[in-house]
Design a protein around this ligand. Sequence first.
Ligand SMILES: [Zn+2]
Length: 327
Amino acid sequence: MIEFEEILSGLWRFSIPLPDNPLRWLNCYVIRPEEGRALLIDTGFNRSECLQALSEGMAALGLEPGNTDVFVTHCHGDHVGCAGNLQDMGCRILMGRVDREIEQTMRRGREEFEKRAVAEGMPREIYELTLLNNHGRRFPSAAFTAIELEDGDELEYGSYHLRCMMTPGHTPGHLCLYEKEKKILFLGDHVLFDITPNIIAWPWMEDALGVYMENLRRVRDLPVDYPLPAHRKLGTVSLEQRVDQLLAHHEARLCEAEDIIRRSPGVNAYDVAGRMRWKIKASCWDDFPPGQKWFAFGETLAHLDRLVASGRLERTVTDGIARYKVI
Ligand SMILES: [Zn+2]
């Protein structure tokens, strides 16, 4: 049984389950004006449980695929997964140009990710295991065509006037949607409230965490009464407070990584990841579920990249493996 929530007149939320995934569910938002096209934001993985919830949700809200636009905030499988199916049903797909390009060239991206992972000390067999357990890679979208969007592009659905805000960090081309008059910000995975968005190192970004933190500051002071995240519960604190919590969290994690490296100069990133503290039900690094190990490792790398970019760490490569020391 799907539960619906009417956030404002004509603006709805319903949950799409993400089975066996720590994110647990996706918040799918729908703008259904009295007249004209409707908008649905983010889709879930390309798996039957998500598709079923999506179809039920759309039917219950009276959305006709031929009259519905689907906006995808970023290229991760839990957001773009059903885009192909929805297009086959007759929906139009809208997606940021940068993440669309990544979504289309993932094969090249995988090679880049693998090269970096191995050069940062991740054993190749562990890398293979993390791949097999990555839901985004197991349940990608079928092929679709998309209308590509840029920062500042505007969309209109009834009385909702939305502006695309490029907020890279979680992915290189992540887009939020801002409704200035109604003070709504559709956050995608840029800001989540009861979990911390995963920020990993991307082959196309020298300092993903630095860029992410900059873009947190970009949304922090916007007048927003409805900050709407793509996962988990809606916030009980303001957007400004949550951004400050996330910035403080990353500052603390930067210090934690720096301390580990100070105690073990010459350590590689994979070993740093194993020594960081993680909120997860695993007794030790070796017991981490492989899918989660990828996110923890990627997150560690993003923190090391930030420390290198800000002149706090030195990275040197010997015998094909990068090693770190505090400057
Ligand atoms: Zn997500």
